[in-house]
Design a protein around this ligand. Sequence first.
Ligand code: FES
Length: 143
Amino acid sequence: MSADPSPECCQIDRRGFLLLTATAVVAAGCEAVHSGSNPAPGSARVVDAGPASGYANEGVYAQYRALGFFLVRRGSQFTALSSLCTHRHCKLDAEADHTFYCPCHGSTFDPTGKVTEGPAKRPLPVFATSTDARGHLLVTVTG
Ligand code: FES
């Protein structure tokens, strides 16, 4: 008597395989959305941008672009501007002159987030910033 290499308990038919595959694809898609760079619409998340002392110079800090914002320092003030274009949500590029450029359709924004060239019509959203007890900058990114 030989052992059955594929016991009935573990066999799966074509329909079951397709169902499991579809479930895995949907789950992976959901994970990609939830772990992606932008919060779901209507949601908010707080990003710890590290010690404020780490931003010694005035200017635009783009290392959080993928997380949805640019950190801008003017004097001792910090502003967090959305890194998504208000036209169709493409990721913006920070320019050397502290303006922002959208590579998708060419919109531009000034250092405060105001539209300087369309097709975008709305300014960049400004996210709330605060400092915790350790002196870390916290940015509340909303979708
Ligand atoms: S998405 Fe930025 S200009 Fe269209």
